[in-house]
Design a protein around this ligand. Structure first.
Ligand code: T1G
Length: 695
């Protein structure tokens, strides 16, 4: 006989076998603790307590994972009983041993359920984590109070403030779990439950926590806040963890609940929840759900430079057969060394086992010349960023791979339609714009021309899923989505230099905004020469009335390409970035040439003008239908350009701020800065009708 959950939705089933019963949670896709699951779990624990035939109970989950957290979709609504902390308290208070059988990912509320059980056993492939801070929250069902009681304050501070997952082996080492399953998880858990019958119950909430000395605690909190770059939750979560050494469980839980409820209604949490769902929604392009992708297993990479090597690693990491080709043995050897070095570094840092390195390295083959690519399902080029070079390559490639092979370019800016026109099969041509380092960065811009076949676009989306990347489909324009917006706000940053700011002041203002680095520091890291080449390419068509700032050109003419040459916008001594008086002089001289009297420019003005530049260009991208939805822009900016996720992306945030002040800023720039700074139609339209990007 199985007792169904009170909601009779069968998401929690109690099988009252004696002496060890089983509570199974079954709420696809990730066993989130919806209201029905919470009610079912509570009813089952009460039944376990009542039934004298039951002497111990296992909590397990059906499907692919243990509980992966509270149901994020419920957060926008008023909390409904039973609340998860109360359900979890009932689990811990149970007079009979309760053992968690964990597989998949026990995250958030799922990890908290496991923590409140009297013992925990995990499948070796399982992971644990309290990622609430990634949603702008703190754990709200005892995580900040029970985790330190099992693994100590230091380790708990790391896990709760970072939200990172730990694999089962690390969880065992930390003391988060008691045992690893040796084969049949359910069987092993039943066995552990039988062992615990009649024994003293070890309740997590009753375990003592060694305090951390005050100075060390303050230093850790300060470090966590600094790394959070404006996000509030990590610091708040860390403070709660430290309370576990000062307060009894009940009082600590009360403080935790108070903080959780406050953050749940915060702007940052709304933004981070938007970001969470947006990066999943972008994978579903309207009108493409019925389009069958082409089959891809054999991938060719043309060019073994920084990008080509990174792309080859990304595909090998995802289990594809990869063939890297270059024009000469020497260039090929350099690429091969680059790939080997990347894997060696991962093994040395413990991020990759030697066996996995060998397996992935075996997936990568090498060759000279294009002829070896005839058996490929997909060929990705990552050669020199020049239109004629790429057109010539596609002309040569055209006849080599079999019909149906997809020909992809990794270009950052160039017009892919012109590249496709160099072939006899433009329908097979698409842009796969990876971001450097290509094996690390999650964003993948899938750029379709008017000729790109729908199933090629669908294949790009399918590839992104296998590569565990976040895809955004867009159409052709200069710079697609991210680089087009980046160019625009970098231009506004240079205007700020002419009017009175210095590079480090602009960078500091944007780092205070939440970007990991400001535009000038980023430019030095990427290399000034790439954008310089693009400006020279566009020079002939530049509107003579455009307000063009030539400071960057002068830096390039002086051979100052950034970190790689020891100097760019900054000077680099032993890798340390320093303000360079020579650049200050260049900036001041540019102001004179523009006839401007320099003035002190506030952080607020810098941030407002950069945000306005981003939002206005994003609206033009929407107006031109380069992308289909505002969330496409938000996802690109968060995952490719460091726009703070706790702001939700530029358009989500524009809704929250209100478009009027942003429109006012854009109008002022349009008057002052001339061509290219016109107000986007949809921005003016939305502001006038008070319409939102996210109704
Ligand atoms: N709530 C609702 N839906 C969720 C969900 C959740 N917690 N997690 C995933 N989904 C949906 C997701 O939107 C997608 O739906 C589908 O499941 C598959 O997800 C009290 C308050 C578990 C590692 O933050 O990290 O507990 O798009 O595509 O790549 O203290 O999902 O198919 O319609 O990501 O295999 C804490 C969030 C919540 C975990 C699986 N938990 N989820 O990754 O699949 S707060 C989290 C993930 C909390 C407590 C607090 C991942 C995953 P659709 P997917 P995946």
């Amino acid at each position: 006989m199985t007792a169904a959950s009170p909601a009779d939705d069968n998401s929690v089933r109690l099988t009252p076998t004696s002496p060890v019963a089983v509570i199974e949670i079954d709420n696809p896709p990730v066993n989130a603790t919806s209201q029905a699951v919470r009610a079912g779990l509570l009813a089952a624990i009460h039944e376990v307590e009542r039934n004298p035939q039951i002497e111990a109970v296992v909590i397990a989950c059906a499907g692919r994972t243990f509980v992966a957290g509270a149901d994020i979709r419920e957060f926008g609504q008023p909390p409904r009983e039973p609340h998860l902390p109360d359900v979890i308290d009932a689990i811990e208070a149970c007079s009979k041993p309760v053992i968690a059988a964990v597989h998949g990912t026990a995250l958030g509320g799922g990890c908290e359920i496991a923590l409140a059980c009297h013992a925990r056993i995990a499948d070796p492939g399982a992971s644990f984590g309290l990622p609430e801070v990634k949603l702008g929250l703190v754990p709200g069902a005892g995580g900040t109070q029970r985790l330190p009681r099992l693994i100590g304050l230091e380790a708990a501070l790391d896990l709760v403030s970072s939200g990172r997952m730990v694999k089962a082996a690390e969880a065992l080492r930390l003391g988060l779990i008691d045992r690893l399953s040796s084969g049949d998880l359910r069987q092993d858990t039943m066995e552990l439950a039988r062992e615990l019958i009649g024994k003293q119950i070890r309740r997590t909430g009753e375990q003592p926590v060694a305090a951390m000395d005050g100075q060390n605690a303050s230093a850790r909190i300060a470090e966590i806040r600094r790394k959070a770059r404006g996000a509030e939750a990590p610091g708040r979560a860390a403070e709660l963890v430290l309370l576990a050494a000062e307060l009894p469980l009940k009082q600590g839980m009360a403080r935790e609940r108070e903080t959780f409820l406050a953050l749940r209604s915060s702007e940052q949490s709304a933004a981070l929840r938007h970001a969470f769902f947006a990066e999943r929604e972008v994978t579903r392009l309207p009108g493409f759900d019925a389009v069958e992708p082409r089959s891809v297993q054999k991938v060719g990479i043309v060019g073994a430079g920084t990008m080509g090597s990174g792309i080859a690693i990304a595909f090998a990491d995802a289990g594809f057969d990869v063939k890297v080709v270059e024009t000469s043995e020497q260039a090929l050897a350099a690429g091969r060394a680059r790939i080997a070095d990347t894997y060696e570094k991962q093994v040395a840092s413990g991020r990759l086992t030697a066996a996995a390195r060998d397996e992935r390295s075996r997936l990568i083959d090498y060759g000279v010349g294009l002829d070896t690519l005839s058996d490929r399902d997909l060929v990705v080029e990552a050669v020199f960023e020049d239109l004629e070079v790429k057109r010539a390559l596609f002309r040569d490639l055209d006849a080599i791979p079999k019909p149906g092979t997809i020909l992809a370019t990794n270009t950052s800016y160039l017009d892919i339609s012109l590249i496709a026109d160099a072939t006899s099969r433009p329908a097979d041509v698409v842009g796969l714009h990876f971001f450097s380092p290509a094996n690390v960065m999650k964003l993948l811009e899938i750029v379709r021309t008017d000729a790109t076949a729908d199933d090629v676009v669908a294949t790009g989306l399918a590839l992104a899923k296998r590569l565990r990347k976040i895809p955004v489909v867009c159409r052709v324009c200069d710079g697609f989505v991210g680089n087009r917006i980046l160019s625009r706000y970098r231009q506004q940053a240079e205007y700020l230099l002419e009017e009175g700011a210095l590079p480090h002041e602009v960078d500091a203002a944007l780092e205070a905004f939440g970007f990991p680095m400001g535009p000038f520091a980023v430019s030095d890291m990427a290399g000034l020469d790439i954008a310089w080449a693009r400006r020279k390419r566009l020079a002939a068509n530049r509107d003579p009335n455009e307000r063009y700032v030539d400071i960057a050109d002068r830096l390039c003419e002086a051979g100052r390409f950034g970190r790689k040459t020891g100097a760019g916008w900054y000077r680099y001594e032993a890798g340390k970035r320093e303000i360079d008086p020579a650049v200050t002089a260049l900036v001041e001289e540019a102001s004179q040439r523009r006839g401007l009297t320099r003035r002190k420019i506030s952080t607020e003005e810098i941030q407002a003008r950069i945000r306005a530049a981003i939002v206005n260009e994003a609206c033009k991208i929407l107006d031109e239908r380069i992308v289909e939805r505002p969330l496409d822009v938000d996802v690109v900016m968060m995952h490719g350009y460091g726009y703070p996720a706790w702001r939700g992306g530029p358009l989500f945030e524009a809704d929250r701020i209100g478009l009027q002040p942003i429109l006012a800023q854009v109008k002022e720039r349009a008057e002052r800065d001339g061509p290219g700074w016109e107000v986007a139609e949809s921005l003016a339209g939305r502001a006038a009708s008070n319409a939102k990007f996210y109704p």
